[in-house]
Write a protein that binds this ligand. Structure first.
Ligand SMILES: [Zn+2]
Length: 242
């Protein structure tokens, strides 16, 4: 993306109506050092029915701030051998029962196969919040769906076009939650800086919002105005995946 286009976006960004679904102001970056002393307080405030993997707990709690509707929802993080960094599913037994008592598992990959992926515990802190936010957004969507609708989603997900639409809509929703910078940091790490293979990065660019696309949405969203300083604009110019 060239500088002229960015300058135009800067001028028009505050004039465009943009959706926002949280009262919480976006933050450009959450620092681990700022929050780790408050982990007990955060756990008491946000940890009801949640079971975290210790190394992901702080990022998981901070991301939960942006999902007040998941306050009572049962969510468990578990290590597993999966093909992606994280994947979320309701348990089969809870899917068959009362919709209000569903149990969701966020599976976290524990071993990379052929350099084709990333491990969550190697992801920078702010980016990790974006990644976990993406999984929470799936849970929030599943909460609105019946078991039959979730089963049908699982079938439709095999379709390449549907998968891209579904994942990009999820990313859009995260930006509206105020986690746009965290999602962007995740996309930058995932698709640009990480040691993952080119094949993996190409797959991610194909199916999820890219750093440039997220930057544009942040610029267009008036709720991010207070996070946009000169440094933020400079940072946005660095990546061009075209
Ligand atoms: Zn997803």
């Amino acid at each position: 993306m060239n500088r002229l286009l960015f300058a135009s976006l800067f001028i028009f960004s505050f004039m465009i109506f943009s959706s926002f679904t949280t009262e919480l102001s976006p933050q450009k970056s959450y620092s681990k050092a700022d929050y780790q002393l408050d982990v007990l307080k955060l756990r008491a405030q946000l940890g009801t029915n949640k079971s975290f993997i210790p190394e992901l707990e702080l990022a998981g709690l901070i991301a939960l701030h942006h999902f007040p509707e998941l306050k009572e929802t049962t969510i468990q993080f578990k290590y597993s051998n999966i093909k992606t960094t994280m994947a979320t599913r309701p348990t089969l037994s809870s899917l068959c029962g009362d919709q209000s008592k569903r149990v969701y598992i966020i599976y976290v990959d524990k071993k990379i196969k052929k350099n084709n992926g990333l491990l969550a515990n190697e992801v920078p802190f702010n980016a990790l919040i974006g990644l976990i936010g993406h999984e929470y957004q799936h849970i929030s969507d599943y909460e609105e769906k019946t078991a039959a609708e979730i089963a049908s989603l699982g079938i439709k997900y095999c379709n390449k076009k549907f998968k891209k639409k579904f994942e990009c809509e999820t990313d859009h929703a995260i930006i509206s939650r105020g986690l746009g910078w965290q999602l962007r940091d995740w996309a930058v790490y995932d698709m640009v800086h990480s040691p993952a293979s080119d094949k993996y990065k190409a797959y991610k660019k194909e199916n999820y919002l890219t750093p440039d696309e997220i930057s544009n949405l942040i610029l267009q969203n008036k709720h991010y105005r207070q996070t946009l300083d000169a440094e933020a604009y400079e940072e946005m110019l660095v990546f061009d995946l075209e």
